[in-house]
Design a protein around this ligand. Structure first.
Ligand code: SF4
Ligand code: MG
Length: 334
């Protein structure tokens, strides 16, 4: 079944057109300079009052629902770590059943789940995959602060190579303990889920307004949709909170976090760092204490991999696959 009721998609062209109403208001207890809190605020603002949010265990659960307080103005439900996809499907299915039975009016109600990089990109990946194979209207937002920040900054599958986390402290024998390259969640979900017509990556700070417009576009597209956000975290990334916006912008401009959208299989870059010249990844890494132990060869390694992503991938930043297909019978004739 397609989405129940189309909602108008109004692009926010400039800051003056940003809705004034807040649906994620004051009263939360996130750290000063928390980018993930901005993800919450902006998606709620972009989606508007006819929205139900579900959120996995993580920073945006714990810090937003301290005892008897909450910043959520729209209905919000906590769900288990890793259960973001199933909570979104269950909520959307419930709404559909209630509307079919005539118990609530037929209308578009946005169902949005937010899951962290551990809860969504690692533990909850199968549930999100299931949600993206459904025919329900739902949006999954993977808010990525590159660690399990809520429980004191443990590495996840989305932590940048080389980062100092409590699971990967640099030592005298091994300088680099975080040796895994960041998992490409958005690309993986985009290529593997034909029912999902809209996949995007985004930063709340750069390009300005881009994230809110992507939320609106996802909701207007309907069906299952997915957005992966890039969330600098002063506590986990070890920098002064005043630099959150700057670090987000540097991450996009150096190309380590590509921002794009894929609509019905067509990729477009909302900021293409190749056009203006990518800035060195060193500029981004040097601002963060979690990379203070890196030496020149480590930074060169990261730069080379980012270069390869933009210069050698079949679809830069999205899909690294290269066609090695040979047609016909192998030369051996076997
Ligand atoms: Fe935000 Fe990081 Fe603080 Fe969590 S630890 S509330 S993600 S700044
Ligand atoms: Mg996290």
């Amino acid at each position: 079944m397609a989405q129940t009721t189309a909602i108008p998609y109004e692009r926010i062209a400039n800051v003056r057109q940003t809705p004034l109403e807040e649906f994620y208001a004051s009263g939360h207890r996130t750290c000063q300079g928390c980018e993930s809190a901005l993800v919450m605020r902006q998606f709620a603002k972009a989606a508007g009052p006819r929205t139900i949010a579900t959120g996995c265990t993580g920073c945006m659960y714990v810090a937003n629902t301290s005892y008897m307080t909450t910043p959520w103005v729209v209905p919000w439900m906590h769900t288990q770590l890793g259960a973001g996809g199933s909570s979104a499907i269950g909520t959307a299915a419930g709404l559909r059943a209630l509307m079919r039975k005539g118990k609530i009016p037929q209308e578009k109600i946005n169902v949005i789940n937010f899951s962290g990089d551990l809860g969504g990109g690692d533990m909850g990946l199968s549930g999100i995959s299931g949600a993206l194979q459904s025919d329900y209207d739902l949006l999954i937002i993977l808010y990525d602060n590159e660690s399990a920040a809520n429980t004191d900054i443990q590495a996840s599958g989305l932590t940048t190579y080389g980062a100092h986390t409590t699971f990967t402290p640099p030592g005298t024998v091994h300088r680099i303990m975080q040796r895994r390259w960041k998992k490409n969640v958005a690309g993986m979900l985009a290529v593997g889920h034909p029912t999902c017509r809209y996949v995007a990556t985004a930063s709340t700070v750069y390009p300005p307004l881009d994230f809110m417009n992507k939320v609106r576009k996802a909701l207007a597209t309907g069906g299952p949709t997915f957005i992966h956000t890039f969330d600098p975290c002063p506590k986990g990334w070890d920098y002064h909170p005043q630099y959150t916006q700057e670090i987000g912008e540097l991450g996009v401009k150096c190309g380590i976090f590509p921002v794009y959208e894929i609509v019905d299989g067509v990729v477009s870059y909302t900021y293409d760092p190749r056009k203006k010249g990518r800035i060195p990844v060193r500029d981004y890494l040097a601002k963060q204490g979690r990379f203070a132990h890196l030496v020149d060869e480590d930074i060169e390694y990261i730069q080379n991999r980012v270069d390869a992503m933009w210069e050698e991938w079949e679809i830069p930043g999205v899909a690294p696959l290269k066609s090695g297909l040979t047609v016909g019978v192998p030369a051996s004739g076997a």
